[in-house]
Design a binder for this molecule. Structure first.
Ligand code: UT7
Length: 310
């Protein structure tokens, strides 16, 4: 039995914060932000929109796209480090709001790699035959833990949500291989005290090395090579980090997802948001081999190789 993605959805708050807006808030420039990160603008959720609200909107769309009813969902996994509150989990809040009465529910905390951790966890339940449908949501309201006076971090992050339904797909499609990893010795480089604290240079070095390595590892595990890859969806943290993974796979520019310029770094939401955008743009087709790869605080990382389609 193979697990794959059978439904998708995303939600982005309407409010746009541009680099020009940030120039008025901290000592920075549009030029610095663009050249160092690739970010041009990001979305910010208002006070009336919390993490669960964004997750709910994305999940509703994914359920509709999969053509199932909320009661068909067996498990809800929400990847987030910015839950509405420590508990109950965002997953339980969604379970109630969606009316997913049969579903077990929990949050997954693996920072920007959280969506990869969620997908790989959900896959186990589908492929063991225990569950039929797993809802995996990646959602963050990073604006509430961003120090808007710290130029090192304020320019990087954004809010948003993406969701997928995992289900059984045909034998030659679905998730072919995965890698998950963690290195707690690097916890000091990226964490939340009251606000996000980051040693950008250290995280940058780790990300460039680990993203490339994980891409190669999942291909090897699936018995494939770089030449087999049709499309790369990296975590959208910084265009320079993404470019390093693309070059490691020797892919042309048009074969890598890029949404970071519009949404900034939305942590666990960045990969599922990108999946939806690329599908809508017609860049992902059935039977394409797609590599998705994320990294984040923890430190954590995760990658999958997936043959697209139901
Ligand atoms: O999802 C995981 C989350 N984290 C990441 O992905 C972050 C990974 N790291 C990065 O993306 C990059 O390290 C940054 C974009 C954060 C920084 O880029 P960099 O090329 O590594 O810059 P840097 O840290 O080497 O800093 C260069 C200079 C510093 O000034 P000095 O010390 O050389 O005088 C910073 O103070 O740029 C300064 N700087 C800024 N200048 C203007 C830092 N932030 C800004 C800013 N505007 N917003």
């Amino acid at each position: 039995m193979k697990a794959g993605i059978v439904g998708i959805g995303r939600y982005l708050p309407e409010k746009i914060l541009t680099n020009a807006d940030l120039e008025k808030m901290v000592d920075t420039s549009d030029e610095w932000i663009r050249t160092r990160t690739g970010i041009e603008e990001r979305r910010i959720a208002g006070d009336d929109i919390d993490t669960s609200d964004m997750g709910y909107e994305a999940a509703k769309k994914a359920i509709e796209d999969a053509g199932i009813s909320p009661e068909d969902i067996d498990l809800i996994l929400v990847a987030t480090v910015t839950p509405d509150q420590p508990f109950p989990s965002v997953a339980c809040m969604l379970q109630e709001r969606l009316g997913a009465k049969k579903a077990a529910a929990m949050d997954v905390s693996a920072a920007c790699a959280g969506f990869m951790y969620g997908i790989v966890t959900g896959k186990q339940f589908i492929e063991s035959g225990v569950y039929k449908h797993v809802l995996v949501v990646g959602v963050e309201k990073l604006s509430k833990v961003t120090n808007w006076e710290d130029r090192n971090t304020a320019v990087l992050f954004g809010d948003g949500a993406g969701a997928v339904i995992l289900g059984q797909v045909s034998e030659n499609r679905g998730i072919l291989s995965f890698e998950l990893g963690a290195d707690g010795t690097g916890a000091k480089h990226l964490y939340q005290d009251e606000y996000i604290i980051m040693n950008g240079r250290e995280v940058f070095k780790f990300a460039v090395r680990q993203m490339g390595e994980s891409c190669i590892n999942v291909l090897e595990k699936a018995g494939l090579t770089k030449e087999d890859v049709d499309f790369l969806i990296p975590h959208q943290a910084n265009i320079r980090i993404m470019e390093a993974s693309r070059q490691r796979l020797e892919l042309p520019v048009e074969k890598m997802s890029k949404t970071v310029h519009k949404y900034g770094n939305t942590s666990a939401a960045s990969i599922p948001i990108s999946i939806v955008e690329e599908l809508e743009a017609g860049k992902i087709k059935d039977d394409d081999l797609i590599v998705m790869v994320g990294f984040g605080g923890g430190l954590t990382w995760g990658a999958i190789a997936i043959r697209w389609g139901k």
